[in-house]
Design a protein. Sequence first.
Length: 289
Amino acid sequence: MNTRSVLKRVAASFILIGIALGAASCTKKASFNEKSDVTLSDFDDHKVEMTVNVVKNRKLNVTFENKSDRTYMYGRIYSLEIDQNGVWYKVPFKDGYGVFTDEGIIVGPAEEYAVKNTDSMSISPVSTEPVYLEGMGVLPEGHYRIVKKISVLNGGKDYVLAAEFDLDKYSDKPGELEKSQIPEDKIVSESDYALPIIKVNKNSDIEITFNFTKYSTTGQFYLQYKKDGNWYDMPIRGTGGVSSSIPSDDVLILNMEEKLKPGTYRLLHDRNSEGLNASSYYSYTFELS
């Protein structure tokens, strides 16, 4: 083989490598094609400030701070958009996502305008709710904004707000668990009273179901993991990392922020509805494989 033939083959090899690397880089950076059609409301019209705090890449804490003299309400529904070369594009939900529950979250007027409601309870002018982005699939690094709608309470005008944030490269590395803050002497011995659970089922890496015998109750549930002789809180999806759901049809379903790995767990229940100030907690200890 002569020198010219060798050089041609080497050059062709570099061209193919360049094409392959170019294709790989294209596949790593997703492209979104549908431009945003959102028209944001003017701040001076609603005077509600919306901000976002990114927690571990794929959880957002969305905060509304009401600086007006009105009371607002908002729901769980949101949309997500990405900045591509200075233009906002819609980020679609995966199939099966994008369906939201209807609960209304109320944000009271700013403190200088605050009045007592009919139950003699003041409504906070600040509200923070978690938003989980797994329904969008694997998102590329980039600059994003979350878009949400708020409405003046009792049939008033609607306003469209947005808050911008950055996402780094996705990582599913688990976060550090926090040690339980519940004193052990407040936990009722299971020999005296255990939660009436007849079955525990791990539905997925982040979802677990508890089947109860008849158990009508209120209060908060906590899930804890035992490690090196200590109990650690497993963060539950929702405000504050606890579940206040009443078991429906004697079933309690918990969706977790961290993966459920094999080991020893316990479910705690505060029947006094007083959280960490409760006088006692009922418990149920179990193993997950």
